[in-house]
Design a protein around this ligand. Sequence first.
Ligand code: GRF
Length: 197
Amino acid sequence: MLQLVVLISGTGSNLRALLEASEDAEFPARVVAIGADREADGLALGEEFGIPTFTVPFTAYPDREAWGDVLVEQVRHWQPDLVVLSGLMRLVPKAVVDAFSPFLINTHPAHLPEFPGPHGVRDALAAGVTETGASLIVVDDSVDGGPIIAQERVPVLPGDTESTLHERIKPVERRLLIQAVLDIANSHLDLKELSRR
Ligand code: GRF
């Protein structure tokens, strides 16, 4: 049974999809803890699904490195096989990457390497592209430049707002995430090998 710690900053809709998948006894992974860098709405999912949560408030630390060191401690406590960044709106410092990568993956609402960074949806809209995408990557020391695990194109439709486009992307992210967790749990995907390529 793959043990997951999921880190969020927002509503946690992608996390909800993982939690719902985990309700199936056949699903070979379990979310053992939910962490956040702020009082994220998605922490309420811990209550709903009976899963421990923790918060390491970014603003409570003098700098990113100090925050990252505490985050590593908190995540390590759960002895995860895989750490999933699912809407964590922070660049994690080197200590976090060193502690967990390549068993540290991130969902991104764009077709990387297109539109990296915190506003991938907004940037795609601003660029006027007719299609963007969803990507799942291994987190390394770069900004969204790690090895791509899976990605899929998503159309941009006339009249799209950041919100309508993002809501069209998220279900694709969830599907890629759940499939990747399945593949990792079933040894169909080797993150170490992927990261060596
Ligand atoms: C997702 O699109 C994720 O890729 C991005 O932020 C969004 C989080 O959405 N980093 P939610 O909190 O899972 O609803």
